[in-house]
Design a protein around this ligand. Structure first.
Ligand SMILES: [Zn+2]
Length: 309
């Protein structure tokens, strides 16, 4: 295992195409430094592996961010991912130690290469164990090759707080808790706007006392007057329809959850995810970089301990 390389998770936006029936919808593409993409993720064209139609990098990542697929969700919940292979003896516990500790409990997935029953167990911030039992065929070899996959979060300061809130929204989504998901999504968007204004107004030489005052204004005023001051364009100058969609599909839904305990359906949650990532990337196209898989690059080797029992 080397470094966890950064990838984009993309999903085709043409899933109605008959070629997508019983075929893959999502895949990941390696991240390569691409100054054109960083300026304009809306322009770079990707061809779908399945239907061969084209869409932009932003559209593909947005479709993945909206996805209900549990593996695609994980790509946005965690900032690091590791994949490896090991050999186990059926019936014996095998312990793994990860070189770097995660912030919290990672998710572990196991795929055996031959018939054997396996489960991850004793998962903690710096390791996990594999439990196994033979799948009934007494004459099969006791040794089995297992592919393992670990998703986790590093408590890395290079990941901004707004992005961590979006990771939280994905943990809620994975548990089907759409009300908490909506609250985390809108908090992530509002914090992103505040952090963006902080940097952009500072860069324009605006006095910190004024910036502090701006930060106490309401989010709608920040997105109109103050974004225009910072970027030259308010959110509705960039895209009037997007501004309205954000209010209707995300902000008002969040308000209704917080004030009235409103239930949120998965259809509403999908629209809210669309509004959240669209507002963020339209305000600052470079923010799309924070939606890569494996944002944090660090060694993530797992070693099996000598002892099996
Ligand atoms: Zn396609």
């Amino acid at each position: 295992m080397g470094r966890s390389a950064a990838n984009w998770s993309v999903t085709c936006i043409w899933l109605d195409d008959p070629k997508h029936k019983n075929a893959a919808h999502s895949w990941s593409i390696p991240y390569a430094t691409d100054p054109e993409m960083e300026k304009n993720p809306f322009a770079r064209s990707i061809e779908c592996n399945v239907c061969r139609k084209e869409f932009s990098l932003f559209e593909g990542v947005k479709e993945s961010f909206k996805s209900e697929n549990p593996f695609v969700m994980r790509d946005f919940e965690f900032n690091a991912r590791a994949i490896g292979t090991t050999t186990i003896v059926a019936g014996l516990k095998k312990d793994f130690r990860l070189q770097d500790k995660f912030a919290g409990r990672p998710e572990v997935y196991l795929t055996p290469q031959s018939p054997v029953i396996v489960a991850p167990a004793l998962i903690h911030a710096s390791g996990f164990s594999i439990l196994s039992s033979s799948a009934g065929e007494a004459h099969t070899s006791a040794n089995h090759t297992i592919n393992w996959l670990v998703y986790g979060n590093y408590d890395d300061l290079s990941v901004p707080l707004w992005r961590r809130l979006l990771s939280d929204s994905k943990s809620h989504q994975a548990r089907g808790e759409h009300r908490s998901e909506i609250v985390a999504l809108e908090s992530g968007v509002e914090l992103f706007i505040s952090e963006h204004l902080q940097h952009a107004l500072q860069a324009k030489g605006v006095h910190q006392t004024t910036i502090d005052w701006v930060q106490r204004r309401g989010i709608e005023e920040k997105c109109s007057i103050w974004l225009r001051e910072a970027n030259g364009k308010s959110l509705s100058d960039v895209d009037q329809k997007l501004h309205s969609r954000w209010i209707k599909d995300l902000k008002k839904v969040r308000d209704a959850v917080v004030h009235k305990g409103k239930e949120v359906s998965s259809e509403e949650a999908i629209k809210a995810r669309d509004a959240a990532i669209s507002v963020i990337v339209n305000v600052c196209p470079k923010a799309l970089l924070h939606f890569r898989i494996g944002q944090v690059e660090r060694r993530i080797e797992a070693e099996s301990s000598d002892k099996t029992d």
